[in-house]
Design a protein around this ligand. Sequence first.
Ligand SMILES: [Zn+2]
Length: 249
Amino acid sequence: MKICAFCGNPGGNVEHIIARWMIDRMGAREYPVVVGFRKEDSLKSRPAHRLHTYTTKAVCEKCNSGWMSELEGWFQRNLGLLVEPVWPKLATEILRTALSENTQLAKWALKTAIMMDTNTMMKNIVDERAAHDVREGKLPDALVVEIAHVAESGVGGILSQGFWVRNGSRPPEWQEHKEKQAFKAIIQLNHLAIRVFCAPTARATYYGLNGRLPLRCYPEVQDPYNGDFRFQDLFEFDRVLEMETWLGA
Ligand SMILES: [Zn+2]
């Protein structure tokens, strides 16, 4: 029997990973959802799901209709316009307003990443404790959340346990944290991409083309009027992030 990834009680219900309100808003019921699992340069994906069958049994009804539903409500009210097929003209203003409650965004992103994590054929990238904590409203110390506008629209994501890490002048190497304290997940919802990652003891650096960098949303908030966070596709957004001198590996 499946247990709930967040509270440990029996799961077993079929719950949507991408909420139904969002599927409708994305205009994407029949969209293929591709979630890849990255390890170094390889990206493994299961055959595409259709959005309305992209589900998990590892969430209980109580969590789904309680605290998770509250987070969905927050996202819908504050960022719902950004998942529609056309990126709105007022996107920068919408983001600025939403980011005044950036902890809500961070919780939403982490819980969604954990739900995606329950649906891959790989080992989970996020450890159990982080899942239990987010249910209680607590976020990992080293958590970072970033947003990008992605020109190539799509629905899906990329999960990885490791990062590209640069030590001094050597070429970057792929490293994974032994105790799952480090992970990275990207969620793409039409033109909106959200990255949530955790890499204790490492420093995030960015190699963005033409000064394009992700919009930092958590823990600190960058003003969306002072940045260019447009990327061509999800892979460019994924690859722009590297770590420097990771002591934890
Ligand atoms: Zn639960």
